[in-house]
Write a protein that binds this ligand. Structure first.
Ligand code: GNR
Ligand code: NI
Length: 194
């Protein structure tokens, strides 16, 4: 039974909305949006606002679908990203990385064909350190350290790059990069985005 105060149930209070907030799908920015080239600012406090943003980012990432999403890709210039590299037939494994920092990377490298939700339907091989150690805060604001390899290591580096305004096309030849930039700039103009 819900207690009634002044003829209204407690849950009617305006701030009760905080308890029922659903995850919201955000719009993913695409190149050449200048926000994708900004250096994101550290998250000062892991509060409910940051958790809501992380949840929205996960919803947006799963819907896309993608295996990672950085805050700058949804126009929030803050140092956090989300990831889920679990195979499609496996249970979901959502991860939230806040204020991530790579504290060690291997000499050994690996090559993955990368894609980016901000550069739709464009894929190229990128070589990166094969193993990285990353320090970050999780969704509860706890300090974590993770050693990652394989696809997880590649994704962590791809997402961390986003927080510094770097895109995977920056590792390609100038010819390839200019070609893809030109194509997306033309598209943005046709769509009236520029
Ligand atoms: O969904 C994505 N797939 C992917 C594949 C290989 C390397 C990196 C990625 S991340 C990308 C989603 C995205 O754009 N994250 O920023
Ligand atoms: Ni990306």
């Amino acid at each position: 039974m819900s207690p009634v105060v002044g003829g209204r149930s407690r849950i009617d209070r305006p701030f009760a909305i905080a308890y029922v907030r659903r995850m919201t799908k955000r719009t993913i920015l695409t190149i050449p949006d200048s926000q994708l080239r900004e250096v994101c600012a550290p998250v000062q406090t892991v509060d409910d606002g940051i958790r809501a943003l992380a949840d929205d980012m996960l919803e947006t990432m799963y819907d896309a679908p993608g295996i990672g999403l950085a805050a700058s890709q949804v126009g929030e210039l803050k140092r956090l990203f989300v990831l889920d590299v679990a195979p499609e037939d496996a249970p979901r494994n959502p991860l939230v990385f806040i204020n991530p920092k790579i504290v060690w990377s291997s000499e050994e490298t690996s090559v993955y064909q990368e894609g980016c939700l901000s550069i739709p339907e464009y894929y190229e091989d990128v070589e990166r350190p094969a193993v990285v150690k990353v320090q970050f805060q999780n969704r509860d604001g706890e300090d974590q350290e993770l050693e990652a390899n394989g696809l997880l290591a590649t994704c962590i580096q791809h997402e961390l790059d986003h927080l510094n305004g770097t895109l995977f096309i920056d590792y390609l030849s100038k010819l390839k990069r200019d070609r893809v930039l030109k194509k997306f700039t033309k598209q943005a103009k046709l769509a009236g985005k520029i």
